[in-house]
Design a protein around this ligand. Sequence first.
Ligand code: SF4
Ligand code: SF4
Length: 368
Amino acid sequence: MNKLDLFSDHHLVRQSLAAVIEIAEAFKLEKGRMPVLMEVCGSHTMAFARSGIKQRLMDHVKLIAGPGCPVCVTDQKSIDAMIQLADEPDTILCTFGDMMRVPGSASTLMKAKTEGKDIRVVYSPLESVKIAQQHPDKEVIFLGIGFETTIPILALAIREAEKMELHNFTIWMTTKLVEPVLRELLDAGEVKVDGFLLPGHVSVVLGKTSYDFLMKEYQVPGVISGFEPVQLLTGMYKLIDLLHNQKVDILNDYTHVVKEHGNAVARELLHTYFEFGDEAWRGMNVIPKSGLVLKDQYARFDAKKKFNVAVKEPRKVKCRCGEIIRGLINPEECVLFNKGCTPVHPIGPCMVSSEGTCAAHYQYMREE
Ligand code: SF4
Ligand code: SF4
């Protein structure tokens, strides 16, 4: 059996589940309530629901989905701006697939495409650089959403466009950083969490030590976890064990990919091209220095500077994604869940995204 198979081996999953239940019950006995854990990563949210772990542990652990899906945290105004951008003359807009169906105030990128705008789904920003090279008469804009995992690839795209001396390639940057949003959540104090299950992929870039602030400044523990069932469960076990023993620490339970100080090459790329910028998050307004923007010397690759897109304040909708992202409600508490809002007719990004909390609940946790 290879290592990956081992992480989803039924026997091991059962054993790990029993261990988590036992430690969670010990915590409950002592505190008179369940441990409350937040998974920060959208892929964790999906994996917990898909594997049935969340459902199985419902009476033992309160698991809250946090702001970890890059599509879901993109604010409504940015979506409207992106759709408007598609109206610019001689423009090819490139984006990741999940963005196509996210509703803006009046339309979606998908709808704009069916209306004849040149909008293309790509798997990597590097593909959009190639498109720019092939179409020198067009402006090619890549919609740059994502966390620290994706941002190094945006930097690579710019490096490539620089090398090719392209003048028709830009990125519409609306990237997000993990640390500022965790600080914002903890400072706001709306959601009460005992500990964090920290994202696997983002941590590859950031490294374990980047979460020390949680322990040192907020006295909240965290465990970096992988995505397979046994990895999720051992991560949970270690986190609840810390809580039960009243220890505040940051543990790395994904050591074969996450290193102490992260990936120096990726971080160097980030620092070369980007600097901190204020970013608007869905449901959270603008969080200072919570994203990365292009440095002045790379302004020619900055779509926000090249195109003057002004959007109105978005109209109010009943979608409660803002509260879902902040961990304040469950999807079932939104009146539109499984009524007006389904994956076929999504009203908000949390139902569109393959990492969205509403999509996870719809697919795996819905009571018929
Ligand atoms: S980018 Fe990776 S770490 Fe971040 S939310 Fe998505 S899957 Fe999780
Ligand atoms: S169910 Fe739909 S409308 Fe409600 S919060 Fe989720 S995505 Fe938004």
